[in-house]
Design a protein around this ligand. Structure first.
Ligand SMILES: [Zn+2]
Length: 581
């Protein structure tokens, strides 16, 4: 993953779009399918598997830890996959790596009787003071229906780096970062194409380049989508997805202590909170895992929906998609490297260094005998991706809803996509995840909830196969007879609400509700520690209604902090929050 350069890169994103030239998809048929101009019958499998519960079952059976391991070792063998590295050698550098990935996609295509369409997405761009041609590698699985032409994207960057971000001579095997994500994407292209999985919508598998220098490959695909009117329904970015050992694939404070293992937890990062399409996608992926896939898995996963878009001060390939209005999330293992700041004295992590290798070679035969990546954990994460992407590609269009409150009862009415028999109603209060997902028969429902609390409510349509749509926007309601926080004379002008989640992860959302806009020149938030020391104070914009502000603290802190809303320097209200990560 990228750090530091990210913010610089993003501030120049409009320049970037202009600077990428000669953008092209090397396969005309892959290009046509992504634009929705094709005949679905041409790509129909002989024996389609299109019943979602069967798809979930097949995913769990077919994703192979052995294939993931073989792909990772092969990617490591290219020694240096820096974006600016050699493109001519057959065995070393990013050129050899991308041709190999494309070759594997082509093999899956042959084995699926041409259902999968491999291609490069090429673009000319200046990276590391070198103007050259770069390539994402993609594989397109055409949807069975062109009525809704939106696509689902599973991606992971295949470029690697060591301490020097433009060092093309060092050993940069980039195993954890990000052969793991690349191998995952490749394995899904294989499993999805060869099993005759058939979804209404097109799925694109993509290994991106240029991530480490500035998310350039992801930006190139965003530019392509914008220029060609390609709607992207969901993006799952996989970056650092297979390490489990603290002190090997991660280091404190990013993980609790040397040699502690976490092979259960996995993190989904996404931007925003209330009404965030990306957060709704993260919740959807977790729900599909819980309801469709978990029953088929030998070992359960604990999917954590994180507050921030990425680790503090860092970023990844999901960000350019979200910035352009496409719902996008990032999947990252629980035990991941610290801050990956290679410029710090005494930096001992593996990430962004020559030490990001497959494992330890005890008997000096040139092959690792003990691995840092856990291939079964990576396989489980691959299945989570697969199930989320499959259901996003299979399900109906998202509905909309209205909510009315009477006392302690929420009354829900579906107002769009009203033709379905069943709907899901998701309700959350203070957590990033839904508290409850109810099933509602018909367009109207009523739900008795604890009183005096605020809720965020959203809805999904359920098709005849039992698959949910991605969930709607969220509607806010409060069980005191008030709808959408409507104002009344008893309520204060400004209410500082409890932060959520609390205790929090790397970050938390501070909520300020404005019932009536008071007169002031400057509004600020302030966070202080238990001893009253101010940790951070920053100006905020207050609007009528619900305002949310992300407070990022980063890792390695436990205890109670206080937060206040200040108007013209005067504290109006203060509350406490618990930090435990
Ligand atoms: Zn990465």
């Amino acid at each position: 993953m990228i750090r530091q350069l990210l913010f610089l890169a993003l501030s120049f994103s409009s320049l970037q779009m202009k600077a990428q030239t000669h953008v092209r998809i090397t396969s005309a048929s892959a290009d046509s399918v992504m634009r929705g101009r094709y005949n679905p019958a041409q790509f129909a499998p002989a024996f389609p598997i299109n019943y979602p519960p069967h798809i979930a079952q097949w995913i769990a059976r077919q994703v192979s830890p052995d294939t993931l391991r073989a792909n990772i070792l092969k990617l490591a063998s290219f020694q240096n996959r820096n974006t600016a590295s050699d493109t001519l050698s057959g065995s070393r550098g990013i050129g050899a790596a991308r041709r190999w990935i494309h070759g594997e996609f082509s093999r899956y295509a042959r084995e699926s009787n041409g259902r999968l369409l491999p291609a490069f997405q090429e673009f000319d761009f200046n990276v590391c003071n070198l103007m050259s041609r770069h390539s994402n590698v993609i594989a397109v699985l055409p949807g069975t229906d062109t009525a809704d032409r939106s696509i689902v994207l599973i991606e992971g960057h295949f470029d690697s780096r060591c301490e020097g971000n433009c060092d093309t001579a060092c050993l940069a095997e980039g195993v954890e970062d990000n052969a793991t994500g690349t191998a995952l994407v490749m394995e899904l292209a294989r499993v999805f194409s060869r099993n005759g999985f058939a979804f209404p919508r097109t799925i694109v598998f993509m290994a991106t380049t240029g991530e480490e220098q500035g998310l350039y490959g992801a930006q190139a695909f965003v530019n392509y989508a914008l220029r060609n009117g390609v709607a992207i329904r969901a993006v799952i970015n996989n970056d650092v997805s297979g390490g489990i050992i603290c002190g090997k694939t991660a280091s404190p404070p990013g993980c609790p202590g040397e040699n502690l293992i976490d092979s259960i937890r996995v993190r989904l990062f996404s931007a925003g909170n209330i009404n965030s399409p990306s957060k709704q996608l993260a919740r959807f992926v977790k729900l599909q895992y819980a309801e469709m896939l978990r029953q088929h898995m030998d070992v359960p996963s604990d999917i954590q929906i994180m507050s921030p878009e990425d680790r503090t001060g860092r970023g990844g390939d999901h960000i350019p998609f979200r910035q352009n209005g496409f719902p996008a999330i990032r999947l990252t293992s629980a035990h991941e490297h610290g801050d990956a700041d290679v410029s710090k004295p005494g930096y001992s992590d593996r990430q962004h260094s020559t030490r990001d290798r497959a494992g330890i070679d005890f008997n000096s035969d040139g092959l690792p005998d003990s691995f840092f990546v856990d291939f079964r954990y990576l396989a489980r994460n691959t299945c989570i991706n697969a199930c989320g992407a499959a259901m996003a590609a299979a399900g109906p269009a998202r509905p909309d809803l209205q909510v009315q409150v009477s006392g302690k009862t929420l009354f829900t009415t579906i107002t769009r996509e009203t033709q379905y028999t069943w709907y899901r109603i998701a309700i959350r209060s203070t957590s990033q995840d839904w508290d409850t997902v109810f099933t509602q028969h018909g367009v109207s429902g009523s739900f008795l909830m604890p009183e005096g609390r605020s809720y965020y409510i959203s809805a999904a349509a359920v098709d005849s196969n039992g698959v949910e749509s991605i969930f709607s926007r969220e509607v806010t309601a409060q069980t005191t007879g008030l709808l959408d926080f409507g104002s009344s004379s008893e309520t204060p002008d400004i209410e500082l609400k409890q932060n959520h989640p609390n205790p929090f992860d790397l970050a938390t959302w501070i909520v300020v509700h404005v019932n009536r806009m008071p007169r002031f020149r400057k509004a600020e938030l302030q966070v202080s520690d238990a001893g009253g020391r101010v940790l951070r104070r920053w100006p905020v914009e207050l609007r009528q209604g619900t305002n949310e502000y992300l407070y990022e603290h980063g890792e390695g802190m436990r205890g109670i902090l206080h937060y206040s809303i200040l108007l013209d320097g005067r504290p109006m209200q203060t509350r406490s929050m618990v930090f435990a990560n």
